[in-house]
Design a protein around this ligand. Sequence first.
Ligand code: AMP
Length: 287
Amino acid sequence: MKTARTIAEVRHAVSTARAQGLSVGFVPTMGGLHAGHISLVEAARRACDFVVVSIFLNPTQFAPGEDLSTYPQSLEADLASCDAAGADLVFIPDVETMYPGNALTTVSVSQLTDTLCGQSRPTHFDGVCTVVTKLLNIVAPDKAFFGRKDFQQLTIITRMVADLDIPVQIVPCPIVRESDGLAMSTRNQRLSAESRAQAVSLHAALTEARDQIRQSHSPATEIIDAIEAYIRLNAPDGEIDYIQIIDPETLCDVETTDNGVLIALAVKFPGARLIDNMLVDSEPRSQ
Ligand code: AMP
């Protein structure tokens, strides 16, 4: 496995691979890698001949007062896990390389960014879309792999590459969870033992809500109230940012749960804001 710190090095390595007829897969990350990230690298390894991972803590997707300065970083361990998962190249640019300071361009997707996390993080997705566009232009992969853990991000990026004719296939990958159900996240390590124990209720509430939807197709507001009550009771350290039931394509709120829906939530614990979601497919009503 090689590492590259400049854009020129990445372009050279990728064009060398392409000259050998290899297909290119790409996994963008912010570091602090865990098994969720590594599952994306493994998916890229299975689907493509040459696998590029980027590790870049992108400052433009953090608003002032958010956790940029305390975001966990573990570069040496990250490189070892990328190597073990079969990555060929890891791009580790510094901020100056990605943002030399004279950029006048921001990539901004409308509508899909107004809901869910966009409500409390109004500048977040501009930062994400701009950096992902730049990384896709630098690496120029055939396929790029994104986790469903960040479902809204995945939806926005899929739309962005379609709208901008960026020649890449966005590949969605499943959420990887701890054994008790908590969605893996770099931020989980910042939870106190107490909050960590309470955080499991996010997945438990989603699972119960999914079962309730499957059984009774209750109206969305009823399900949301039940999730809220469950989290208030079982995660008293958590402050609910949002709980929404939405159409997984448009990200618009739904009133009924008869068709396939996505339940998405964000809860702020001291030290870490956690997000999670669950797709509920449109199975026939149980008898
Ligand atoms: P991040 O480093 O948080 O920007 O995440 C990089 C990529 O890893 C994104 O596509 C995330 O959706 C994905 N990811 C993060 N956590 C998980 C998880 N628990 N399961 C699957 N993918 C994940």
